[in-house]
Ligand binder design. Structure first.
Ligand SMILES: CC(C)(COP(=O)(O)OP(=O)(O)OC[C@H]1O[C@@H](n2cnc3c(N)ncnc32)[C@H](O)[C@@H]1OP(=O)(O)O)[C@@H](O)C(=O)NCCC(=O)NCCS
Length: 190
């Protein structure tokens, strides 16, 4: 995700170099997931040992940080993560009951009425490929739609576009391109 990559949690330099030219990819949701058409129900997730959580009350930020690091995000200051999450409109995470640790996470910030942007979509590498990323995204989108938000954007790395497209996201809708003011870019100019 572009803003996550450049502003709030820069990627490691190897990934940045690979994806830098194509990073400015924004998307808007075009379809409307409902709780009736989730790919996997809350009950099915629970039967597999996964509990969906929508607040940070029981979220251990060090454990969340470990998931960020495990997928290649730099380790972030837990205090800053706390502030970011306190300023987040909607979030969703999945707890693995055997360890009580977060294994999937996504959050959205926004104006609460018109627009939202999704950030920090991560699944612990040991739990990837079993539907948790999709489960979290479907519910986060649904949560935002229930608030009446009709414009949901995110910034996708090129290698993840194929994950977001089936969820209803369209890159560069109507030719609209994302632009980012990056403090790193400004420093590079000097
Ligand atoms: C991208 C990520 C969130 C996907 O989560 P996941 O739990 O592994 O994905 P799921 O198992 O829910 O996959 C859902 C569907 O998306 C597909 N998919 C998953 N990752 C994909 C990718 N990178 N490209 C294309 N399709 C992908 C799966 O094949 C699956 O398809 P299906 O519904 O037809 O079976 C996870 O791999 C991750 O955390 N990656 C590292 C961090 C990252 O890149 N985050 C996104 C930053 S923009």
């Amino acid at each position: 995700m572009l803003l996550r990559g450049i502003i709030s949690s820069p990627l490691p330099s190897s990934l940045r170099l690979k994806t830098h030219k194509n990073l400015t990819v924004s998307a808007q949701i075009k379809t409307q997931p409902t709780s009736n058409n989730y790919s996997i129900s809350d009950q099915a997730l629970e039967s597999r040992g996964f509990i969906l959580r929508r607040t940070i009350d029981e979220l251990n930020l060090d454990h969340l940080n470990s998931v960020f690091v495990a997928v290649g995000f730099p380790k972030r200051d837990p205090q800053k993560i706390r502030v970011a999450l306190e300023n987040t409109d909607s979030l969703l995470w999945v707890e693995y009951t055997k360890t009580s640790k977060p294994v999937a996470f996504a959050r959205a910030t926004g104006d609460g009425v018109f627009n939202a942007i999704i950030w920090d979509v991560v699944v612990d590498p040991s739990f990837q490929g079993i539907g948790l990323g999709k489960a979290v995204m479907e519910r986060l989108i649904h949560q935002l739609l229930l608030k009446g938000i009709c414009n949901i954007a995110l910034y996708s790395e090129p290698r993840v576009l194929g994950f977001y497209r089936p969820l209803g996201f369209v890159a560069d809708p109507d030719g609209i391109r994302g632009m980012v003011y990056s403090t790193r870019k400004q420093k590079q100019k000097k």
